[in-house]
Write a protein that binds this ligand. Structure first.
Ligand code: DOR
Ligand code: ZN
Length: 348
């Protein structure tokens, strides 16, 4: 196959930041994707409906209108979030999910949740109204090895929480382990998982073997190869519980290339090329549309996109720039380590 047309994809987990960075990155997503779930971990975080509305307006002011892009907003769950506020904002149609960051788990998570008991009434309200909870699934206990934090979270936090609030609809974000894949696969209709582009390409050797590569550092950190294989198997299956959430997370090179660099990989520009490559390598191009364009709307109970994109396989590799220029310096684009031949044609 050298050409394929699929429903326009959505990105179910995206960081757009704010200010100059927002302006520099937004069109990389809007060019290919119809909608994206926008992460609320700004400084300060997006906690109230008014803040989400203002952030949505700033996004819309930056995006090229010809792309026809719609941001799907989220609220950042804190221990003082009011359940009735969440219900009112959801009813207004402004938000499509609430994000749970265990405090200290990742970038700008300091205002997140330390004690789940303090947010249980919010989660019960969300279960009642069917509003999904997006979860950063890692424990923060410094005693727990960083490569085990997802599996331990599932066993000690996520599963007990779902038993306590069984109707809560949960997205285990950026799943990185076979433990997570197995849990979601067998977890019934109220749980799904997003899978990133980069976790389909890299394992922990890419970060650490032969030199340390900060541009491959993200959270949750990539695991060993057997886990990457489990993610690929989930992504290319026709199981509607798994869908694309790129977690494209721009940080300036200056913030990554230092003694203590930031976590995050910027995949928005070349995600569709990368995905077509890996699905083809798995002889599963026929599953790409499900992963990028059908399964996510199914879980979020939204219509699928009516417009289409066409991917074309070129004879020569597609050349992506190494980085995007921003007013504050360069931002490195994900290097998946292999030449890419699939390109999105006539990108809007
Ligand atoms: O690598 C990551 N970067 N993981 C996250 O959970 C947050 C994100 C960011 O905001 O930079
Ligand atoms: Zn993220």
């Amino acid at each position: 196959m050298t050409q394929m047309t699929i429903r326009r994809p959505d990105d179910w987990h995206l960081h757009l930041r704010d200010g100059a960075m927002l302006g520099a990155v937004i069109d990389d997503t809007a060019r290919h994707f119809a909608r994206a779930i926008i992460m609320p971990n700004l400084v300060p975080p997006v906690v109230t409906g008014a803040e989400a509305a203002a952030y949505r307006d700033r996004i819309m002011a930056c995006v090229n209108p010809s792309h026809g892009f719609t941001p799907l907003m989220t609220l950042y769950l804190t221990e003082t979030t009011d359940p009735d506020d969440v219900a009112a904002v959801a009813k207004s149609g402004l938000i499509n999910a609430v994000k749970l960051y265990p405090a200290g788990a990742t970038t700008n998570s300091a205002s997140g949740v330390r004690d789940l008991d303090k947010v249980i009434v919010v989660l019960e309200k969300m279960a009642e109204i069917g509003l999904p909870l997006c979860v950063h699934g890692e424990v923060t206990d410094p005693q727990i090895d960083i490569f085990d934090r997802e599996a331990v979270f599932i066993e000690t936090v996520l599963d007990p929480l779902r038993r306590r609030v069984p109707d809560l609809r949960v997205v285990l974000e950026h799943v990185t382990t076979s433990d997570g894949v197995d849990y979601v696969r067998s977890g019934g209709a109220n749980i799904a998982a997003t899978i990133t582009t980069h976790h389909l390409f890299i394992n922990r050797n890419h970060i650490l073997a032969g030199g340390i590569r900060p541009h491959y550092y993200c959270l949750p950190v990539a695991k060993r190869e057997s886990h990457r294989r489990a993610l690929i198997a989930a992504a290319i299956s026709d199981d509607g519980s798994f869908f694309l959430g790129t977690d494209s997370a721009p940080h300036l090179d200056a913030a990554k290339l230092m003694a203590c660099g930031c976590a995050g990989i910027y995949t928005a520009p070349n995600t569709m090329s990368c995905l077509a490559h890996i699905f083809e390598a798995e002889d599963a191009l026929d599953q790409l549309e499900g992963f990028t364009s059908l399964h996510g709307p199914g879980f979020y109970r939204l219509p699928v996109n009516e417009d289409r994109i066409t991917l074309v396989k070129q004879d020569a590799p597609v050349i992506y720039p190494e980085s995007r220029a921003t007013p504050d310096g360069p931002l490195t684009i994900f290097d998946c380590g292999t030449p890419l031949y699939w390109a999105v044609q006539d990108a809007k």
